[in-house]
Design a protein around this ligand. Structure first.
Ligand code: HEM
Length: 264
């Protein structure tokens, strides 16, 4: 069986007591799996398509809406305040711009939410209400990922989709971060300053593993959810093209895997 590959450096050193080191070590295997989903493999081969990217943007919008609303709501919580960087990191507005670019001014009516994305969003809402100390696991997984491999994904998206300008690519740009590497160092030191009981620390590490798994599920679903995007969501209809193959869109596939929400 082929071994899964990772672009991350091999960390062979001992894991210290810092949360940033522990979380990286705890999610190492999950990161390898996250890099090897169908969607991420398409990315790495430079084969990302516009329908795939559009579905991904819809999912990212839902995820960041929940994540950033919960971070905002808990911004003065002692376990959130040290890693609360809305000026530098917030992605929601940039995603709105990208969605408008690709879906048009009525994008809110056309956003689709695959079931895996809905589950991810629900988990974020739940911990925002009940266990805000776990939000650091999700903020780490998304924002440090966006500032790491995500920067390469932005370049691949531009090239694969033949985008001539930066239009539709705001998500990958962090105008408030002049050096991603330096910012990641700052972020890690802030994570390390959070005071957690041993039990809470364990729970954060477990939540980070779940956060990767939720992202993996979103990426795995994306591949199957590339149909009919240019017509918006369909409840039935003719065969929609998904590249070399076509998928028959039926009521059943939609109710099983795709949930539509009207975003206010
Ligand atoms: C094609 C897919 C991906 C590639 C090529 C990739 C690559 C990388 C690379 C090169 C780093 C920097 C490692 C370092 O500085 O030591 C990194 C870090 C990271 N990636 Fe990914 N990644 C991918 C997908 C993902 C996904 C899907 C997630 C989760 C949603 C993710 C989350 C992270 C996180 C949280 C870090 C920061 C690790 C740390 O420094 O603690 N990555 N990634």
């Amino acid at each position: 069986m082929e071994t899964m590959k990772s672009a991350r450096k091999n960390d062979t050193g001992d894991v210290g007591s810092d949360l940033s080191e522990q979380i990286k070590a705890a999610t190492k295997d999950n990161h390898v799996r996250a890099e090897n989903t169908q969607l991420m493999l398409s990315y790495q081969k430079g084969q990302i398509t516009l329908p795939q990217y559009k579905v991904l943007l819809c999912s990212l919008y839902e995820i960041y809406k929940a994540l950033e609303e919960e971070l905002d709501r808990n911004s003065s919580h002692p376990t959130v305040a040290p890693i609360y960087f809305p000026q530098e990191l917030a992605r929601l507005e940039s995603l709105e711009q990208d969605l408008e670019h690709f879906f048009g001014s009525d994008w809110r009516k056309r956003v689709i939410v695959p079931a895996a994305t809905h589950r991810y969003q629900q988990r974020l809402r739940q911990i925002g209400r009940e266990n805000p100390e776990l939000l650091v696991a999700h903020a780490y997984t998304r924002y440090l990922g966006d500032l790491s491999g995500g920067q390469v994904l932005g370049k691949i998206t531009q090239k694969s989709l033949g985008l001539s300008s930066k239009e539709g690519l705001s998500f990958f740009q962090f105008p408030g971060v002049s050096s991603p590497n330096r910012f990641k160092q700052l972020y890690r030191s802030r994570m390390n300053s959070i005071e957690l009981t041993e039990q809470q620390r364990e729970a954060v590490l477990e939540e980070a593993v779940s956060a990767f798994e939720l992202n993996i599920q979103v990426s795995e679903k994306e591949k199957r959810k590339v149909y009919g995007l240019d017509q918006g969501c369909q409840t039935s209809g003719p065969r929609a093209k998904t590249g070399p193959q076509s998928v028959k869109v039926t009521e059943k596939t939609l109710t099983a895997d795709c949930k539509y929400v009207k975003l206010s």
